[in-house]
Design a protein around this ligand. Structure first.
Ligand SMILES: Nc1ncnc2c1ncn2[C@@H]1O[C@H](COP(=O)(O)OP(=O)(O)O)[C@@H](O)[C@H]1O
Ligand SMILES: [Mg+2]
Length: 325
């Protein structure tokens, strides 16, 4: 299908009369790191579960390397690796034992198993912990082990459902580095779901923003951010020369927010000097360039961040904080 790794056509999932994935159309190129970004409940996991043949679509179809998820699920399964949102390794087994069990389930040729295990453990930098029980692993190490497990049968497409959910920011960045180096080393197509904006922005070549089961925007992170109108600069001070500011041609709007003046500015980096010269003495300044949260806000009228910090996620962060040493 024109070199596309994944081609999704009118894919829909309904539970009773609730549509949780709504006529999604999408194609993803070979070797792309593609992000599905959206708040909790947007339908990201359901979409991945359909693509990995674990949930049946209500209508529509999707093709992984030209194999239909509906009529060729076996072929699809051997082409993909899946790393689930919730941890699913056996804590009492070692990293090696977990991987061996999985290799046997996936019919990796018996003689190749040990070599394969060593190679995926090296990819995620866990060779030196191969024989340790998983319960002694940190949160980040467990995620890496699960990524290694998803790679065992050498899939061409890897699905990662919220790969850094509940991990602390530093461990999160490490996982991003592993995913990026994996993409480089293997040329694999990687689809990541996330509700973390920074993850989509830093990691992904292209991002689809998804809300209520629908794709509402799709582009590179840079282009998505450019769709949102200009930068904003918040200022506070006495006797600010607002009338003079209004005359500058790169000022596109002025609002007040309590004691603060909010300027809408074209290219704040270039024009900041001029603004400071014109406005007089200030006590406070804050410059903000659009990010994916602003894109989400523009399209949906609500903040994406509101979806974050649910109780489950808070608990996960607390639990994994103990491991992240
Ligand atoms: N098996 C199911 N039965 C009924 N509703 C479900 C089922 N699985 C998911 N849903 C609902 O579908 C919506 C999307 O869920 P999900 O795909 O898990 O979203 P996300 O991964 O983006 O947080 C949610 O409202 C969820 O409650
Ligand atoms: Mg999910």
């Amino acid at each position: 299908m024109n070199g596309q790794a994944i081609f999704i056509k009118e894919l829909t999932k309904k539970y009773d009369d609730v549509t949780v994935v709504n006529t999604v159309n999408l194609s993803i190129a070979k070797g792309e790191i593609f992000g599905l970004l959206g708040p909790n409940g947007a339908g990201k996991t359901t979409l991945l579960m359909m693509l990995s043949t674990l949930v049946k679509p209500s209508s529509g179809d999707a093709f992984i390397k030209d194999y239909s998820i509906k009529s060729q699920p076996g072929k699809v399964r051997s082409s993909i690796g899946m790393v689930f949102q919730d941890p699913s390794s056996d804590e009492l087994l070692s990293g090696y034992e977990n991987l061996k069990l999985h290799a046997l389930m996936y019919d990796v040729p018996y003689k190749a198993i040990d070599n394969r295990i060593d190679s995926v453990l090296s990819l995620v930098d866990l060779m030196n912990r191969k024989n340790d029980q998983v319960k002694k692993y940190s949160g980040g190490m467990r995620r890496r082990l699960e990524i290694a497990r998803g790679l065992l049968h050498e899939p061409e497409v890897l699905f990662l459902d919220e790969p850094t959910l509940g991990l602390d920011p530093q461990t999160r960045e490490h996982i991003w580095e592993y995913i990026e180096s994996l993409a480089k080393k293997t040329g694999m197509t990687i689809v990541v779901t996330t509700h973390y904006m920074e993850e989509a922005q830093n990691l992904c070549d292209r991002v689809a923003i998804i809300d209520n089961g629908k794709i509402i925007a799709l582009d590179t992170p840079e282009n998505l951010c450019h769709q949102v109108e200009g930068d904003t600069i918040a200022l506070q001070g006495k006797n600010l020369r607002i009338e003079d500011i209004k005359k500058l041609d790169f000022i596109k709007g002025i609002e007040t927010d309590g004691d603060r003046i909010i300027l809408k500015v074209v290219n704040s980096g270039k024009n900041l000097q001029q603004i400071l010269k014109t406005v007089g003495d200030i006590d406070f300044i804050e410059v903000h360039s659009p990010d994916l949260n602003d894109v989400f806000l523009t399209y949906t009228g609500k903040q994406m961040r509101e979806g974050e910090g649910g109780l489950m996620e808070h608990l996960r962060t607390l639990t994994s904080a103990n491991h992240n040493k």
